[in-house]
Design a protein around this ligand. Sequence first.
Ligand code: ZN
Length: 240
Amino acid sequence: MRFAILSDLHANLEATEAVLADAREHECTHYVCLGDVVGYNANPHECVEIVQKLDCPVVKGNHDEQASLDESSRDFNALAEMAINWTRAQLTEEDKTWLRELRLSRPVRDFTIVHATLDTPEQWGYVFNTLDAAASFTYQHTTVCFFGHTHVAGAFVRDDGVKRVKTDQLMIEPAKKYFINTGSVGQPRDGDWRAAYCIYHIEKNVVEQRRVKYDLATAQEKIIKAGLPRLLAERLKLGR
Ligand code: ZN
């Protein structure tokens, strides 16, 4: 059994399609989505439809939350705010209801999924360092938990202490705990423009980090044509 773990699609249809093709090629049989299906890029409705069709466990991201409200309830930076206003106008009432009703975290088989943190998921804090990760580990009751939100791929392991490790091929040992960021499908911010996601090989106990090239030029063109801020197109190729 192989799970494709997708996070932060951010309405990037080209990246999402490329990742799903890669997952099929690598014989993924199951899917989960860690939220932020919408926001920033040009195809929010299409990405909602794709995730709905996967019929898989999904948790809510902060952009999903804001897009599903009539107006913003918390401070976004100017770029995100412009994009979220545009996004609201693209989504159907059904899309918004679906986004609004997503849960903040949930168990899937023997692992957990959450968008931001396990300690206070509704506050949308960022886990960038071992101290942030330690707070989440306190609330983690499964060996593995996948999260997103930072758009930076990488994992934290709790053994005697908490340390950061790479996820190219991560062997899961049941005596430890793993808080794993899959990176972002639709807007990576770790300096690599390629779409990021993870494959969890359940029987082999291995989490594999994947990076997938996609039709970046088309995604950028659509952002500009939609009248979204140009910077959103430019950052895609920088992976920032
Ligand atoms: Zn995000």
